[in-house]
Write a protein that binds this ligand. Structure first.
Ligand code: MG
Length: 327
């Protein structure tokens, strides 16, 4: 069955039947607006992402369910980066009329499944016909207690620089996909089905351990650059401290230049944050949550700029910023 046969309202009705509700959502899908009641003392966080077929994703690489999951995760990652908890998501979808309803149902499965994993609900959206590519626009709203908001500002010289998880796997998988290869399943999953680090972001916020935070979407150095600009500081990154998976290390052995993918590849969706040295033991203990955290450097005064150093402390050349996957 094609989308054209059930139409926009048919599709919305199918999704509406399956969308859950949550405590602060007074009214979800089905009226002109969703209505929610924020808790007193909490800030509302809002972020939008746009994913365009053949720009941000290729349908040949991912089944519709996995694409639905990723559309949610990359958006929720921005809420995690502020120390928040996602609450409701809004989905705008532009799709060709010839798309199979089964594919749309699978996409909705992925969206709803990922929402549930993050404790969020799908609260609204819109669909319309696209003349060609898929357009997926996701808006997330999250909550954070007023005193716990983490931003890109607030890093101070002397703070330690930490990153969660492993870097570069997503970009390595994309590189292999673009070359027509089939990345190892664990690598492919890091690109096609990333996880937003909500629990870690909340723990850092609740315990007051971070001074500044961002999620790594454009590449470690580019996103670190945003913290440095906003906080008006510099930083020193230790090249040999970068957390790399065993698959990434294997690839690196064969081709040392691949290290650029860990520094500038992007789409890692890990949390990059700064923390005072006296909090180091408490930060390291958060790794017990299943996602490791690794100290990769230190914040410096602004005049020192951004330095990448080897194990002996010698400066290394920085890769070009903003590695462009599709260029
Ligand atoms: Mg972000």
């Amino acid at each position: 069955m094609k989308l054209a046969e059930i139409g926009e309202f048919g599709f919305i009705a199918r999704v509406r039947q399956r969308a859950e509700s949550c405590a602060d959502l007074v009214l979800g899908i089905g009226d002109d607006c969703a209505a929610s009641r924020p808790a007193p003392g909490e800030l509302l966080l809002t972020s939008t992402d746009l994913l365009i077929e053949d720009v941000h994703f290729r349908r040949a690489w991912s089944d519709p369910r996995t694409l639905g999951r990723k559309s949610v995760s990359v958006n929720v990652s921005d809420v995690a980066a502020m120390g928040g908890k996602p609450a409701s998501l809004y989905l705008g979808l532009g799709i060709p009329g010839g798309v199979a309803v089964e594919d749309l149902d699978a996409f909705a499965d992925g969206v709803l499944e990922a929402c549930a994993e993050y404790g969020a609900v799908l609260a609204g959206g819109d669909t319309c016909r696209s003349p060609g590519p898929w357009f997926i626009s996701v808006t997330v709203q999250g909550r954070v207690p007023e005193g716990e908001l983490l931003t890109r500002q607030g890093a101070r010289p002397g703070d330690l620089l930490w990153v969660s998880g492993r870097l570069g796997d997503s970009a390595l998988a994309l590189r292999e996909l673009l070359a027509g290869g089939r990345p190892a399943p664990a690598l492919a999953a890091r690109h096609l089905d990333p996880s937003a680090r909500v629990a870690l972001g909340r723990a850092l916020a609740v315990q007051g351990l971070a001074t500044a935070m961002i999620d790594v979407s454009d590449g470690l150095l580019a996103d670190l650059g945003h913290i440095l600009d906003s906080s008006v500081v510099g930083a020193r990154v230790e090249r040999d401290a970068l957390p790399l998976s065993s698959l990434f290390r294997d690839a690196l052995t064969a081709e040392p230049a691949l290290l650029d993918l860990a520094l500038a590849g992007g789409e890692d969706y890990e949390l990059l944050f700064t923390s005072p040295p006296q909090c180091a033991a408490a930060v390291a203990a958060l790794a017990a949550d299943g996602v490791p955290v690794t100290q990769i450097g230190r914040i410096l005064p602004q005049e020192d700029g951004l330095l990448l150093v080897d194990a002996l402390g010698r400066p290394c050349p920085l890769p070009r910023r903003g590695f462009d996957h599709f260029s």
